[in-house]
Design a protein around this ligand. Structure first.
Ligand SMILES: Cc1cc2nc3c(=O)[nH]c(=O)nc-3n(C[C@H](O)[C@H](O)[C@H](O)COP(=O)(O)OP(=O)(O)OC[C@H]3O[C@@H](n4cnc5c(N)ncnc54)[C@H](O)[C@@H]3O)c2cc1C
Ligand code: FES
Length: 271
């Protein structure tokens, strides 16, 4: 049977079982779905908000008992309407789609910022089973933007937080802290997810220190299954070849990665 007819490509109607306010602009929505419970860290789903839009969201928790979640920042029309949804309301889910983080044991650095933290939490759960020794760096503009901090601190003993205004943790950019750590310590893998400029800086640091690297990228996603081409970055489609890319792959798209992306109408937008 063609892959396009398999169950994961049919929207499944799920009922919201829980809503958690993570910070003033970010909420987690919990639901039950068999396919999502079999997803791997880094994969995303297409979330249909009836009457509004269908948007890509990483899975922020993946549990074998069937309970999964997405964690959503309110940024525009679809996410605003989603933020109004309550327990018992319905959503449509397609997927999970895309590849996943390749798991690395040993010394691991994870760098996350904003909603880039969402796929990194299931990644931590999987890495700890290997086992891996994790140094987790979280960056935010200000204290109010932080979320998942307690959850990450519970799982990982080495957690460092930076805020640009110094309202929590160290003042400054998370990439500056990462650079200081990389001057002294070696890592078997560096994972990054967050603003693309941050991921570009982490990629350049990984190149400089000859360390393995993976980052989860975002582009405009329409079909989610590799057909429409709206999510291209160089030779890759984010939805099918990604969203996780290795340092080796990112070298091939360095004329685009961290520099610009394309919006829904195909226009180029500087990052
Ligand atoms: C693989 C992937 C995983 C993502 N995971 C998360 C997540 O875990 N949590 C989270 O809050 N956000 C995540 N996003 C981003 C999320 O999809 C957008 O914030 C959301 O689509 C915005 O929709 P909107 O209508 O509210 O905003 P709009 O006003 O329509 O757009 C606001 C911004 O979101 C981007 N956007 C809008 N529609 C899409 C789309 N179909 N595909 C990609 N970007 C879009 C726009 O380019 C724009 O920059 C992810 C994106 C991708 C590609
Ligand atoms: S979203 Fe259509 S090819 Fe990726």
């Amino acid at each position: 049977m063609s892959v396009y007819l398999t169950n994961i490509n049919r929207p499944r109607i799920v009922r919201i079982r829980g809503v958690r306010e993570e910070n003033p602009t970010v909420k987690t929505f919990v639901f039950q779905d068999k396919h999502c419970s079999e997803a791997k860290p880094g994969q995303f789903v297409m979330v249909w908000i009836p009457g509004v839009d269908e948007v890509p969201m990483s899975l922020s928790s993946i549990n074998s008992d069937g309970i999964s979640s997405i964690t959503v920042a309110e940024v525009g029309e679809a996410t605003q309407v989603l933020h109004q949804r309550k327990i018992g309301d319905i959503l449509g889910i397609r997927g999970p789609y895309g590849n996943s983080f390749a798991l690395a044991s040993g010394q691991v650095m994870i760098v996350g910022g904003g909603t880039g933290l969402t796929p990194l939490v299931p990644l931590v759960d999987s890495l700890l089973k290997l086992p891996a020794k994790i140094s987790f760096l979280i960056g935010a503009k200000t204290r109010d933007e932080l979320f998942f901090l307690e959850k990450i601190k519970k799982a990982v003993s080495k957690v460092n937080v930076t805020t640009e205004d110094g309202s929590y943790g160290l003042k400054g950019l998370v990439t500056d802290l990462a650079e200081k750590i990389l001057e002294k310590e070696e890592f078997d893998m560096i994972y990054a997810c967050g603003p693309e400029k941050m991921m570009l800086k982490m990629f350049l640091l990984a190149e400089q220190y000859h360390m393995s690297f993976q980052a989860s990228l975002e582009r405009y996603i329409r079909c989610g299954i590799g057909i429409c081409g709206s999510c291209c970055i160089g030779e890759y489609r984010i939805c099918k070849d990604g969203p996780v890319f290795s340092g080796r792959q990112l070298r091939k798209v360095k004329n685009e990665f961290g520099l610009f992306k394309r919006e829904a109408d195909g226009s180029k937008v500087s990052l």
